[in-house]
Ligand binder design. Structure first.
Ligand SMILES: Nc1ncnc2c1ncn2[C@@H]1O[C@H](COP(=O)(O)OP(=O)(O)OP(=O)(O)O)[C@@H](O)[C@H]1O
Ligand SMILES: [Mg+2]
Length: 273
């Protein structure tokens, strides 16, 4: 049985009636990583937020979101609360929006953990520190004492990933979790996701513009364009013989950038020959 099944997800703007995502269905098994790729504005973030019903109030949605047999779409906000964070954890594209601006980051993290677990404060601190160090935040207690606006976008993303590591959710929804990071940290963070999945079997929905990262981490890929899933398939297959023109365009533009860069750096592009 699938861990997460999304059936006929439809998302629209409640004020104008404009349909943003007409009809999306996909499923995810335990430990599986599903990547969502597609150009800016294709509906990737709307889709991610809809899984946890976190879109702004003007945005409406219908369809079934079944996690472990429970249709989340049917739950009240109160009933949904224990699922958010503990069962499904979201790493947002914009870190600033994820945190409470009026409190230090640490206060927020401890509160989230205390909603879901019975750990003592010192246990929570120990777990958070270890997780933060593992994603390259060298001084966890200093980070915990800062307000969100005092941290960079990349640091906030890493704090969210650290929180996910401690929460050990069934599903991690990662919306461009590495965009604000430099290449080295990006690599480390992707490795963290791979390990997390190996260790606790979390399923991952991974949105990224970086097809290299997608290749490294994803088992399957959904390609979105203007709110519609235009193609889907196993990662390796999609990269070599994607049939939709848009998929071929995405892959070829990535290859073009790579070979142009290699030429600039004076190398030859062996992969192309
Ligand atoms: N709150 C909103 N109200 C109305 N329309 C919205 C809202 N949020 C997003 N949209 C529209 O929905 C479409 C999809 O947006 P979304 O943020 O999901 O794109 P995306 O694929 O995540 O893009 P990016 O790669 O830039 O993050 C866009 O056309 C956007 O203008
Ligand atoms: Mg987005």
């Amino acid at each position: 049985m699938s861990l997460l099944e999304v059936e006929h997800l439809r998302i629209w703007d409640g004020r104008t009636g404009v349909v943003l995502v007409p009809d999306s269905s996909f499923r995810l098994s335990q430990g599986e990583c599903l990547a969502i790729v597609g150009e800016s504005g294709s509906g990737k973030s709307l889709t991610c937020r809809a899984l946890m019903r976190l879109n702004r109030s003007g945005i409406r949605q219908s369809g079934r979101i079944i996690l472990n047999g429970v249709d989340l779409a049917k739950l009240s906000d109160k009933e949904l609360r224990p699922y958010r964070g503990r069962r499904m954890c979201m790493i947002m594209q914009n870190g600033m929006r994820a945190f409470d601006p009026s409190r230090p980051v640490g206060a927020y993290l401890l509160e989230v953990l205390s909603i879901h677990y019975d750990w003592s404060r010192s246990e929570m601190n120990t777990k958070l520190s270890a997780a933060m160090t593992s994603v390259g935040l060298q001084d966890p207690s200093a980070v915990m004492g800062r307000y969100p606006h005092e941290l960079s976008g990349g640091m906030l993303q890493r704090v969210m990933i650290a929180l996910a590591i401690v929460l050990e959710p069934d599903v991690i929804i990662a919306d461009e979790p590495t965009t604000a990071l430099d290449a080295v940290t990006q690599y480390e963070v992707v490795e963290q996701f791979v390990q997390l999945r190996g260790r606790i079997g979390s399923a991952i929905v991974f949105v990224s513009h970086d097809l290299g990262v997608v290749r490294r981490i994803a088992d399957e890929v959904l390609v979105m364009k203007e709110g519609v899933i235009v193609e889907r398939g196993k990662t390796s297959q999609l990269f070599t013989d994607g049939s939709h023109p848009y998929t071929r365009y995405l892959v070829s533009s990535k290859e073009a950038i790579r070979s142009h860069y290699l030429q600039l750096m004076g190398g030859t592009d062996v992969a192309e020959g």
